[in-house]
Design a protein around this ligand. Structure first.
Ligand code: COA
Length: 177
């Protein structure tokens, strides 16, 4: 558990999730979905689904298949940052996701939580982090570049929203270098 002081002076705790976080994680993800955030998930979840998802994440953390940290303020989950590790000959590679609730953006939370997740990932032998950024997600692109990601490819029509397609940038962070 780590204390983090954001740019506006407010304090957050960075820690692994626990099963008691289900309701707050549900508020977090549903808020992003309702906002229309440029993330893969575009359907609100139920508490039952969120509990199931959270249990799975916690099991996977124990099995070293997943690195997850949440940023919490007075019991409210304001950010989740995850790495999902691949298997076998790709077990040195992990896929990345991060988000921050709207009212807490712009004060350094995504950068801080991501850097902590990468530190843990390195200790667990993860060497390459991959991430898909929607073509129109400027804040996320800038964040990725600041974190040291490089663009490996443009994936045409990777995202489909109804009848509309978007490209995605495949970004990579080489932790060994
Ligand atoms: C992208 C996102 C995670 C950034 O979170 P955040 O906590 O606001 O980001 P931080 O405050 O830690 O910013 C770190 C760096 O990212 C970049 N950045 C963040 N927001 C930015 C913005 N609105 N415009 C331009 N750059 C931005 C900057 O380089 C910033 O560093 P700086 O403040 O020194 O300039 C947040 O906007 C979000 O949750 N968006 C919706 C979900 C999403 O897009 N997730 C990523 C999917 S790939």
């Amino acid at each position: 558990m780590l204390k983090f002081v954001a740019k506006d002076g407010s304090e957050f705790i960075l820690r692994e999730p626990k099963i008691g976080d289900a309701e707050s994680c549900l508020d977090y993800i549903n808020e992003l979905v309702r906002e229309g955030a440029p993330i893969i998930i575009n359907k609100v979840s139920t508490l039952k689904e969120e509990k199931k998802w959270l249990r799975r994440q916690i099991e996977d953390i124990k099995k070293k298949l997943n690195v997850t940290l949440v940023a919490e303020k007075n019991g409210e989950i304001v950010s989740i940052c995850q790495l999902w590790r691949r298997a076998y000959r790709m077990s040195h590679v992990a896929d990345f996701g991060v988000g921050v609730k709207k009212k807490y953006r712009g004060i350094g939370i995504a950068e801080a939580i991501s850097r902590e997740v990468f530190k843990i990932a390195k200790e667990k032998g993860i060497e390459i982090v991959r991430s898909w950024v929607f073509e129109d997600n400027g804040p996320s692109m800038t964040l990725h570049r600041k974190l040291g990601f490089v663009q490996d490819a443009i994936l045409e029509d990777e995202i489909k929203d109804g009848r509309n397609y978007k490209d995605a940038f495949l970004m990579s962070l080489y932790l060994k270098k």
